[in-house]
Design a protein around this ligand. Structure first.
Ligand code: WT7
Length: 646
């Protein structure tokens, strides 16, 4: 593979000032647990830990046993106490162009007010709080206020439908839901609070666990916003009126900081549970070293939404625990026009820019004239996350956005891993366009075949994590069996974590992540399961059966392609039906899960045992010659499918 020959060593200039150095790998190799203890001590602990890791109840980990800390104190109070209260924590930019700068002192006051109100309504450590909000400062403040009280937050992406919100609220038995009146969508106010009303229902159908709905005023678009007396309260009237002083308690290192639902191979999303001490240790360590963050000098910008783990770890906990100054942007990259990101970089002097490959490919499509019209010289480091980055996009990113010299950190990790696991270390590791390169110091990964044997360089295999790591998930909310089955059963004898990704080493030993090897799609860096979309489609009264695959897509990485069979007697109304089906998926899951293409076909290709051959559907959707069809009951179904698509 020729791309693997292209190597970009770190520049002498970058090396000279880098936070990380080669000794970090050596120290971690010499004593992994001692290394992690050192990293944990970058945080403030109320009670020191007695043991670095208790793995006796594997795969349930207990990191920093006996230690107690407060995550919000580590992200806010300690910076104020160290005299940095006037430093801007958040340069917030709203979609309509409004903005707010929030210093660490102000953040402390806001988080304290929210914590006082949450306490006043009777919430107690261990209770769950659902946060269904656009990217407004109150979303981050809510997360930190939960952390401060030991309330376990469950952020639900504001693009998810009412039905997706309801299932998450019910699964977690959330007592409080925090939302906004509306949200901006491409320049216009759109509903949000009414989604919450739809989700929570009324009477016999009401979500039983929910006691209060706390509403932040954002769009002010509806003078007659529906209101449930006794349940709904405005943020300004409650949190806004609370005291800005709050004395925090400390919580166990393994206290559940948050739940975050993610798609698996079955229809039901799973609530990934994360810890406090272990999670914060690794998010904080990776932010410092992978992003080479310099306190008081850098301006960091991660373009994720807090609805995803990237937003949790690299908008909230990683940056704030390091006292960073960061940009938080509410909107889409082309509102009001395609210059928005670059104007923000210029205005705030962004130095570290962390985005998804799908966005970089979108910028490429828009053309380099747009970034070239701006002074992006403040940028000194670029990051990529969410899906494999193709070498062309990687080079364009470095040349056009990074001025031909900014190193790129291609960071592989997952909702389950909590923080970055595999990535170059800037100023230390060479980079190659498209490769995640190697596990970070303290992290151990391997690429193995079906029999757990390491693959030779050049061969593809399964990516496994063969040692526990501090920010590893504690489990799946309420389902220990599923946790063991999903991640730990594939290589049960070895006790390895199976990530669900394929990977390979090149001839130089650099690690390339190739994408999912299970029925999980990656669309614009969003993880969506094929079966979730299939069950949404089958939810339409006209559909008898559905098969969904992720087909290669130039911009979004993968695009969702669906094949459906109609019920007996149902008329195929063409575009009307397709529009209905797309809407069905949007309502059941989210607009982000709408199929790019829906094919109504007479039959689906099945094996004799009745399993849908998705691999063959993928061949069809990607326009390839068909693979082996010998196990099919009726190979001629493809003729009909092909005719339909032509
Ligand atoms: C899946 C995890 C990590 C936060 C965002 C997504 C894919 C992620 C990379 C990368 C290749 C990547 C994997 C992984 N992925 N980063 N740098 N190179 N693939 O979190 O929704 O939990 O998805 O995203 O397939 O398993 P997630």
């Amino acid at each position: 593979m020729s791309a693997s020959l292209e190597v970009y060593p770190p520049s002498a200039e970058f090396v000279a000032q880098a936070n990380a150095n080669a000794a970090l790998y050596d120290r971690a190799d010499a004593d992994r647990l001692e290394f992690w203890a050192e990293q944990a001590r970058r945080l403030d602990w109320d009670t020191d830990f007695e043991q670095v890791l208790d793995w006796s109840n594997a795969p349930f980990a207990n990191w920093f046993v006996g230690g107690k800390l407060n995550v919000s104190v580590n992200c806010v109070d300690r910076h104020v106490a160290a005299g940095k209260g006037d430093r801007v924590a958040i340069h917030w930019v709203g979609e309509p162009g409004d903005s707010r700068d929030i210093t660490y002192s102000q953040l402390l006051a806001d988080v304290s007010r929210a914590a006082n109100y949450f306490t006043a309504i009777g919430l107690q450590a261990g209770d769950r709080v659902a946060i269904y909000m656009p990217m407004v400062p109150e979303a981050l403040i809510s997360m930190l206020a939960c952390a401060r009280l030991g309330l376990t937050h469950s952020v639900v992406f504001a693009g998810f439908s009412a039905s997706a919100l309801r299932s998450r609220v019910d699964d977690a038995e959330a007592k409080l839901v925090i939302t906004t009146d509306g949200q901006y969508r491409r320049g216009k106010p759109a509903e949000l609070k009414t989604n919450v009303d739809d989700a929570l229902g009324t009477g016999d159908d009401a979500a039983k666990s929910v006691e209060k709905v706390l509403v932040v005023r954002r769009t002010n678009h509806d003078p007659k916003l529906p209101w449930v007396e006794g349940r709904d309260v405005w943020w300004d009237d409650t949190v806004g009126e609370s005291s800005d002083h709050h004395e925090p308690d400390a919580f166990d290192s393994n206290h559940p900081l948050f739940l975050l639902y993610t798609s698996g191979t079955t229809g039901k999303p799973k609530g990934i549970v994360h810890s406090s001490g272990g999670y914060l240790t690794q998010t904080s360590y990776t932010f410092h070293n992978v992003f080479d963050h310099k306190e008081g000098r850098d301006v960091f910008w991660c373009g994720a939404d807090i609805g995803w783990v990237t937003g949790h770890s690299y908008i909230v906990y990683g940056p704030l625990s390091n006292g960073a100054t960061e940009v938080v942007y509410e909107g889409t990259p082309n509102t009001p026009n395609e210059h928005r990101h670059f104007e923000v970089v210029e205005k705030y002097g962004v130095t570290i820019y962390y985005m998804a490959p799908t966005l970089i490919r979108t910028f490429m499509k828009w053309g380099r004239d747009i970034p070239d019209a701006h002074d992006l010289s403040s940028i000194r480091l670029l990051g990529s996350v969410g899906e494999p980055i193709n070498p062309e996009a990687w080079k364009w990113y470095r040349d056009v956005i990074g001025g031909g010299k900014a190193p790129i950190v291609d960071t592989w990790w997952q909702t389950e891993t909590g923080s970055i696991m595999i990535s170059p270390l800037p100023g230390v590791t060479e980079t190659k366009p498209g490769a995640a390169m190697k596990p970070l110091p303290g992290i151990s990964a391997n690429i193995v075949d079906d029999n757990a044997n390491p693959v030779t360089h050049g061969e593809q295999g399964y990516l496994v994590l063969d040692q526990p790591w501090p920010s590893m998930l504690l489990g799946i909310w309420g389902d220990d069996e599923r946790f063991k089955e999903t991640y730990w059963s594939r290589f049960a004898d070895q006790g390895w974590y199976f990530a669900g990704d394929g990977a390979r080493y090149d001839d130089d030993g650099a690690l390339w992540v190739l994408g999912r090897v299970d029925d999980v799609m990656n669309v614009s860096g969003h993880r969506i399961s094929t079966s979730e979309v299939e069950s949404a489609l089958v939810g339409h009264s006209g559909v008898a059966e559905a098969a969904v695959i992720g087909a290669a897509d130039e911009t979004t990485g993968q695009g969702i392609v669906a094949f459906v069979i109609l019920r007996e007697g149902v008329e195929n109304t063409g575009d009307t039906l397709i529009a209905e089906l797309r809407e069905q998926v949007s309502v059941e899951i989210s607009p982000i899960a709408k199929p790019r293409e829906i094919n109504v076909v007479p039959e689906l290709p099945k094996t004799r045992s009745g399993k849908i051959m998705r691999r063959l559907l993928k061949d069809v959707a990607e326009g390839r010659e068909l693979g082996d069809t010998s196990t099919l009951v009726d190979p001629s179904v493809f003729e009909a499918i092909r005719r339909k698509r032509a």
